[in-house]
Design a protein around this ligand. Sequence first.
Ligand SMILES: *Cc1c(COP(=O)(O)O)cnc(C)c1O
Length: 412
Amino acid sequence: MKRRDVIKGLSLLPLIGSYNGHPASPKEQKSTITDAPAFRPADLFDELGVTRYINAGGTITVISGSLMMPEVMEAINSTSHDFANMHELQDKAGAKIAEMLGCGGAMVTSGAAGGILLGTAACITGSDPELISALPDVPGPKREVIIQKGHRNRFDQIVRTCGARLVEVEGAAEMEAAINERTVMAFYKNNAPSPEYHTTITHEEFVAVAKKHGIPTFIDAAADVPPVDNLFKFQKIGFDLITFSGGKMIRGPQSTGLLFGRKDLIEAAKLNHSPYESPIGRPMKVNKEEIFGMYAALKSYLARDHEKEWQSWLDRIETIRGQLETIPTVKGATSVAPGPANAYPRLQVQWDRNRVAITPEEVSEKLKTGTPAILAGGRGDTLNVGVVLLRPDQVDIVAQRVKEILTEALRA
Ligand SMILES: *Cc1c(COP(=O)(O)O)cnc(C)c1O
């Protein structure tokens, strides 16, 4: 693809919100270090032989999360020509983000995962420089973080990275009994209503028990927009620290996240982060452009017409469904994941395998290995076609490819 096609491609992304310009091309921008670059990227996917995928799945980290909105790329490009003091940038972007989200403080982290680490570190160290430089081996007994038994998940290793021990509880009474002088934080996984988890303490009870004993609460809501309201919900309930991924449906840089909540804890989290040289969070640096990019992504996300965006997803589903249902026995249905994570609509396609002799898994494999390569999940008797991360021009491409594969498998 030529550069102008890349730009054309970007302009085809859903232009929801107020964006109406293009990222400046390298020629139009001010010169950076030199006027004559030694290397000008042409098509780096081709140059490296990396497969391009059409994402008919979801915001999955291993397939690069999300596509940044054009205004995010514009924020990154337009801020890449000058230096900034990183403390000042993080403070000022954080203050704006906190204002936008109605809480005391905020910062841009390296993903929600970075948010979990910095939040935990903050709860252990506060602003104590000795504790900050001692992490993860703080003097005295191991600090404890309370978590519901059914909320244990792969990301809680990050809490342990700070040297803390996870203490599992079930029910509010057990939670209260578990709190002692070593307890530094209580950790809630917002997505726990999904079947693989088990919740025995509601958000409100959790916050109430912790507050009664002065224990900070942290909620991981990484993948939990839409709905946009979730960005405001947990600070209202009283959680002290909240994290969301920047690179999922907020569509900021994949490497970013938001950590927000109580101002003193956010300040303590910053002390545990780059640009300081020694703290535990130093390897979780976010660069200047990522901070500007995350800020722009959030601003754009909050300004978006969410109802209109939702309707555009339903329209895409109808378009694809209409095409597929021209094949005998093929039926499509709109399904919205119950959430809180990834709660957006997708198309579920089923067919009579006596007429269309192929399994959803086989369709998924053919999509993935075909040209263009398309990622869509096939499991059991259902092919799942995600629409929220398709570029507008990809809706018909996906419909055509699935239709082609199903038609080839059609028996007389
Ligand atoms: C994605 C996710 C994370 C990690 O977020 P990153 O932004 O990728 O660092 C943490 N917790 C949950 C529940 C997630 O879905």
